[in-house]
Design a protein around this ligand. Structure first.
Ligand code: DSN
Length: 430
């Protein structure tokens, strides 16, 4: 696998091998992580990284782009077909720059944006005060209901009516339930706001048909490509309809439609040369995502998450919203006598990787919050099914309930080994 690196840089070779073994022998349960195919990695590690191609297919600032143009066009067409949209920009380096580009395309500094509060499941780029989105725009936020921890669309509507945002962002990083994109559209229409759906976490589930699509409702859709979509790190900005519904109000003098505004925001607005190796790898992932097998994969992610949630509830754990509709679970450890940070370290010690996470209305801090966030996309890529998730749930419950019990921790390590031996990861790599 690392034939050349082994001859030139044994230090980096060694660390990559360590990381491969860590991925192989642990249970990867961070909901935003996944394992790409070797074909995706082959495109990502290709000679395409050598080429500059600022601009877009047919309109580049450098020569020698005839094959890069074919690759980018193919990627765009695959994205358009898979998500059913009129335009796709496949150049964003990752999710945060992609959201930045959407802001840059649609807003002026100081305009009001309404997004989900980071501490209640949103994202840094949805208006967090220390992020560009909270510094250069007037960011207001909505959260979840204090009792049910569900999105309360009437409450969101009231905030929108009061604040009159120009952009509403829906989408989350720690919300275990289905998002009602139609309800967001209604609110956006009432206040004449653009609607951005950030589907980074759930785009693979949408393709698999296990979460509704925002395409009929949103003005712009953004997704990263490396989460449930199982591609390389990267992002895409999708424009369902290029005709701008608020053009006369917000861009009366511009001749550009929504697709052109987005493209101009990426380059020359924010980025230089696209990462062509990344674009090609996204194309490979999109082809994989268009298969029947990928649909089955997405369905299995949700089945696995539901089984895990049920197991944890049976073992007495408190889950935010009592369960899940998607790929992730948020455990509230408040009554468990262990913090999120302690739980993360403890689970790491038996080979289970999760991330500490604030729970809604948390009284603790982001670096040592009351919760942990778990997900099933990566384990499902390995082949895990419901019967395996039941065991995973039992291991997690036993470990978190007995943090000092060395016998139970040793048993947990053994069970993790049995599960990872059952589903070898990247057996082709040496
Ligand atoms: N870092 C991602 C996540 O873990 O959800 C969001 O960008």
């Amino acid at each position: 696998m690392l034939n050349y690196l082994s001859q030139t840089d044994s230090e980096i070779e060694a660390w990559i091998k360590h990381e491969l073994e860590r991925q192989r022998h642990g249970l990867e349960m961070i909901p935003s992580e996944n394992f790409t195919s070797l074909a995706v990695m082959e495109a990502l590690g290709s000679i395409l990284t050598n080429k500059y191609s600022e601009g877009y297919p047919g309109k580049r600032y450098y020569g020698g782009n005839e094959f890069i143009d074919e690759i980018e066009n193919l990627t765009r067409e695959r994205a358009k077909k898979l998500f059913g949209v009129e335009h796709a920009n496949v150049q964003p380096y990752s999710g945060s720059p992609a959201n930045q580009a959407v802001y840059f395309a649609l807003l002026n500094p100081g305009d009001t944006v309404l997004g989900m509060e980071l501490a209640q499941g949103g994202h840094l780029t949805h208006g967090y005060k220390l992020n560009f989105s909270g510094k250069y725009y007037k960011a207001v936020s909505y959260g979840v209901d204090s009792k049910t921890h569900l999105l309360n669309y009437e409450a969101i509507r009231e905030i929108a009516l009061k604040e009159k945002p120009k952009l509403i962002i829906c989408g989350a990083t720690a919300y275990p339930r289905t998002i009602d994109f139609a309800a967001f559209r209604k609110i956006a229409d009432e206040v004449k706001a653009y609607l951005l759906a950030d589907i980074s976490h759930i785009s693979g589930l949408i393709i698999a048909g296990v979460h509704p699509s925002p395409v009929p409702y949103a003005d712009v859709v953004m997704t990263t490509t490396h989460k449930t979509l199982r591609g390389p790190r990267g992002a895409m900005i999708l424009v369902p309809k290029v005709i701008d519904r608020w053009h006369e109000i917000y861009h009366p003098t511009s001749k550009r439609n929504l697709a052109e505004l987005i493209d101009a925001a990426i380059i020359p607005g924010l980025q230089g040369g696209p990462h062509n190796h990344q674009t090609a790898a996204i194309a490979v992932a999109l082809k994989e995502a268009a298969t029947v097998e990928f649909k089955t994969y997405g369905q299995q992610i949700v089945k696995n998450a539901k089984t895990l949630a049920e197991t944890l509830v049976k073992k007495g754990f408190t889950l935010i919203t009592s369960g899940t509709d998607n790929h992730l679970i948020l455990i509230d450890l408040t009554t468990q006598n262990i913090t999120g940070q302690q739980a993360q370290v403890l689970l790491d010690s038996v080979g289970i990787t999760v991330n500490k996470n604030l729970v809604p209305y948390d009284t603790r801090t982001p670096l040592d919050p009351s919760g942990i966030r778990l997900g099933t996309p990566a384990l499902t890529s390995r082949g895990f099914r419901e019967e395996d998730m039941l065991i995973v749930g039992e291991i997690i419950a036993a470990v978190l309930s007995n943090p000092q019990n060395e016998t139970i921790l040793a048993q947990a390590r053994q069970k993790v080994k049995e599960l990872t031996d059952k589903y070898p990861l990247y057996p082709e790599l040496n």
